[in-house]
Write a protein that binds this ligand. Sequence first.
Ligand code: FAD
Length: 433
Amino acid sequence: MVTWKNWAKNQTAHPLSIEKPRDEQAVAQVVKAAHERDEKVKVVGSGHSFTSIALTQGRLLSINNLSGIVGVDAASRRVTVHAGTTLADLNLLLDEHGLALPNLGDITYQTVAGAISTGTHGTGQHLTGLAGQVVGMRFINAMGDVVETNDSTNPEILRLGRVGLGALGVLTQLTLQAVPAFHLRALEKPMRVDQVLEEIDMHVNTNDHFEFFWVPHTGWALTKRNNRTEDAVSPQPIVRGWLDKVVIENYGFGAVCAVGRMRPQWIPRLAKALPSSGGREYIDKSFKVFASTRLVKFYEMEYSIPRAHLVEALNEVRAMVNQRGYFLNFPVEVRFTKADDMALSTSYGRDSAYIAVHIYKGMDFLPYFKDVEAIMKNHEGRPHWGKIHFRDAQDFESLYPLFGEFLQLRNRIDPARTFANEYTEKVLDGVRV
Ligand SMILES: Cc1cc2nc3c(=O)[nH]c(=O)nc-3n(C[C@H](O)[C@H](O)[C@H](O)COP(=O)(O)OP(=O)(O)OC[C@H]3O[C@@H](n4cnc5c(N)ncnc54)[C@H](O)[C@@H]3O)c2cc1C
């Protein structure tokens, strides 16, 4: 039996086979053959989604072989890439051309196709998620045909399908709007969380990229400001600062989490040991500042809410954590994006704040995540498609104004549901269109 697991190891699939086509033609052959046999097909990128979005009992298609740049239009700064390119590779390739993506999330292990399909985002009040950079897509439909979409060819597919949950076809190429390569000055420092919330508009409005991590069981938040600068790269400290190395990515943090898993009642004391002083400042190429290495495994839920709801929603989460007596060894991450026009984007039509909660691997996330979700529901929350949530198509019908249009597009492109799985049945089916 073939077995596949995602990065967090909370999702397992037993597909009929795992196919690794070498080129687009081979992708088309796999899809066409599966369609003719009435089998399902699902593409997996880097397996970094926490939901069952990439699972299938049919043919699992890994397109890691479809990697690299197809072409660069220097004048428009539009870059066409193979869909299986990882963001890490893409950043280096763009850099060679003096280009960069305007924003990134906090890791770059994902494939370009996987990242845009779930609405992956970073932080920045003037910036959308990664799918907002997509100006053209090329994919294989269920019949095995190549479909192109851009401003002039099939524009409605581009309009509705950039955040497509893998439900429309197999993306083989994406054209992205890049920007000239740039440097970021990173400033990371702890602040009292109440002060951050009191001044939140100032922080978000005066920085290109602002985010913070509230450390449960403490009144502290770890803040991160990244701003564009013309200044030269300044060498990173040899031992990088506490935020990444201690709090997020370091083995020491993993060990602290492991102790907390064995002795949850120690977690508040361990959290207080997290630094409340110090910080760091450095300048580097944008993509080196945005993303970091993640060595500690966890489960995650992330909700987008209207930006104006942030203070109330986060304070409700803080009160709930106290009241329920949870022992939490991971910070709660808060980020921001600007409103966009992509049908299934979590920032569709509204400037957004994102609240992300994490639980160390092997610990029970269910009660905490359900309690957080209950709060987010009261704030028009839309869950990240790639992160754990318990919502279904009925919820999304009212949360996404273009939900019906997306479903109609799907009916037209994939009427036989070749690209369906249990996840798409839950989040897309059962709604009349
Ligand atoms: C440690 C960690 C950090 C993260 N940080 C962030 C973050 O900062 N911001 C954020 O928004 N999210 C973040 N995520 C979530 C992650 O970005 C998304 O889940 C993303 O979709 C993962 O990309 P992937 O390549 O692994 O795709 P997968 O998880 O493998 O697949 C996701 C979906 O994309 C579809 N897909 C993949 N390739 C194709 C294709 N070629 N054609 C059609 N459909 C395709 C799959 O079928 C599936 O539906 C993080 C996840 C982890 C584990």
